[in-house]
Design a protein around this ligand. Structure first.
Ligand SMILES: [Zn+2]
Ligand SMILES: [Zn+2]
Length: 180
């Protein structure tokens, strides 16, 4: 009898700093629902590295946070407001095929003085995390504003896009032999 070989790669979701646990739980749950080949587990909580903090910008450098990873299969979720060169801020960053970091800071309506909104905030975290996972799987940013791989420069860009990869991103993934 033919047995299908299922390759399951584990991606560890690690908190850096302090992210409310209810968001981490819903994120891991939604990622596991969506993915057939990856299994997501919630791992250790790490302190924010002092050397990543830029006191003039009052932000953390995303590349420095990524250096906390011991391997590529790591996804950091941080409350820190993060930046990279030539950008005022970023929602997330992936180095090559991983690791990745997603910042909770500007996904949270309270950052802009608005009230807590669990549903909106958790949906933004799920989308931005899937976006960074898309980079881990080799996808570039996508021109289709509805595609999860669209570059978000404002939270309204995130709210305006779906959780899903558009047809052309799906074709790219399939061509690269990746199944989500
Ligand atoms: Zn991107
Ligand atoms: Zn796309």
């Amino acid at each position: 009898m033919h047995k299908e070989r299922v390759i399951m790669a584990v991606i560890r979701v690690l908190e850096v700093g302090d992210v409310p646990k209810k968001y981490l739980d819903v994120l891991v749950q939604e990622l596991n629902k969506k993915s057939r080949i990856y299994r997501f587990t919630l791992g250790d909580k790490l302190p924010l590295p002092a050397n990543a903090f830029d006191k003039y910008r009052q932000q953390y450098k995303a590349e420095e946070l990524l250096k906390l990873a011991r391997d590529a299969r790591v996804l950091f979720i941080t409350n820190a407001d993060i930046y990279t060169e030539n950008r005022n801020f970023i929602f997330g960053l992936t180095k090559g095929n991983g690791p990745s970091v997603v910042s909770f800071a500007r996904l949270d309506p309270t950052f802009y003085g608005n009230s807590v909104d669990f549903a909106t905030t958790s949906e933004r975290i799920v989308k931005e995390t899937i976006h960074e996972l898309g980079h881990m799987m080799g996808l570039p940013n996508c021109e289709n504003a509805k595609c999860v791989m669209a570059l978000a420069q404002h939270f309204s860009d995130i709210d305006g896009k779906a959780r899903d990869f558009c047809k052309s991103c799906e074709v790219r993934l399939t061509a690269a032999g990746v199944r989500v």
